[in-house]
Every structure is written in C-alpha cells, then in structure tokens.
Design a protein around this ligand. Structure first.
Ligand code: CO
Length: 148
C-alpha cells in the first residue's frame, strides 16, 4: 500500500476517457489499496482512478460511514434535482455550486468482480455523479456554465 500523487487540472490525463477494468486481479487490488490510502489521507470524500493518473473505470468513496469501491460503475437511474457546492481534489481550493440529480442508482462491480448496486440520495448521489464524470474526462467545473 502506498500513497499516490493526485494530479491536478492542468494535467491532460484528467480529460481522457478511462477504460473498463477487465481483470479483477492482484494489480487491481494494489491500485484499490493505494487509492484508499490516498483518499483517507486527503480531505476529500471521493477519488477516481484518473486522478492518480490511471485511466481505468474505478472510483472510491468514503462517505456516511461507508467505504465503497466501485469498478466499471454505470449510473442506471436518475431522478430529482439538487444544487449545492462541490469541490475536487484535483482542483484544490475551489468550490462551486453544481446542479445534479437528487437520487441516482449506480451499478458496479466490487474488487472481486461481484455485481453490486447502490441507490443514493442527496450528497452521496452528488458524489457518485462527480466521480463517475471523472471516468469520462468530465470535471465538475464543466457543469457550471450549463447551470446558468
Ligand atoms: Co473530482
């Protein structure tokens, strides 16, 4: 286990589309362990693999006394609407209001390849949207203009 460096806005890796995870093996688990260390050491609630310069469809969340590892996540259902402040470990020192769905269902795999599903509301729904966006090279600041 080790800390990984979190890359920031000017790094073009953040703008790339990540690839699905195919092998649920030891190298995946090492990455997940490193992402956990890195997130828990940070001030954030979520971290996506591209933020540690790995273009794989993975995010981790530490929220509501739950730690979640989501591999190949897909948001399958959204409803409602919320507006609230959002920040990003890759854009330090900034926050901005972003409109997001109030409720989302996300399907994903755990580290062993078991299919999982979570339905979340409020801030957790926001975090899931934010982290899933990272896997497509989208940052929360991209939504600001649209919200006006
Ligand atoms: Co972020």
């Amino acid at each position: 286990m080790a800390l990984r460096k979190i890359i920031t806005l000017e790094n073009e890796i953040l703008r790339k589309v990540s690839k699905p995870v195919v092998n649920f093996d030891e190298s995946l688990w090492n990455l997940l362990d490193d992402m956990k260390d890195t997130l828990l050491k940070s001030t954030g609630v979520g971290l996506a693999a591209p933020q540690v310069a790995v273009l794989k469809r993975i995010f981790v969340l530490n929220l509501n006394n739950m730690y979640i590892e989501a591999i190949n996540p897909k948001i399958t259902k959204v409803s409602g609407c919320q507006k609230g402040p959002e920040g990003c470990l890759s854009i330090p020192g900034r926050q901005h209001n972003v409109v997001r769905p109030n409720k989302v269902t996300v399907e994903f795999f755990d580290r062993y390849g078991n299919p999982m599903s979570i339905t979340a509301v409020d801030f957790m729904a926001r975090a899931i949207c934010h982290e899933t966006d990272h896997l497509d090279g989208v940052l929360y600041i991209d939504h600001i203009e649209k919200n006006k």
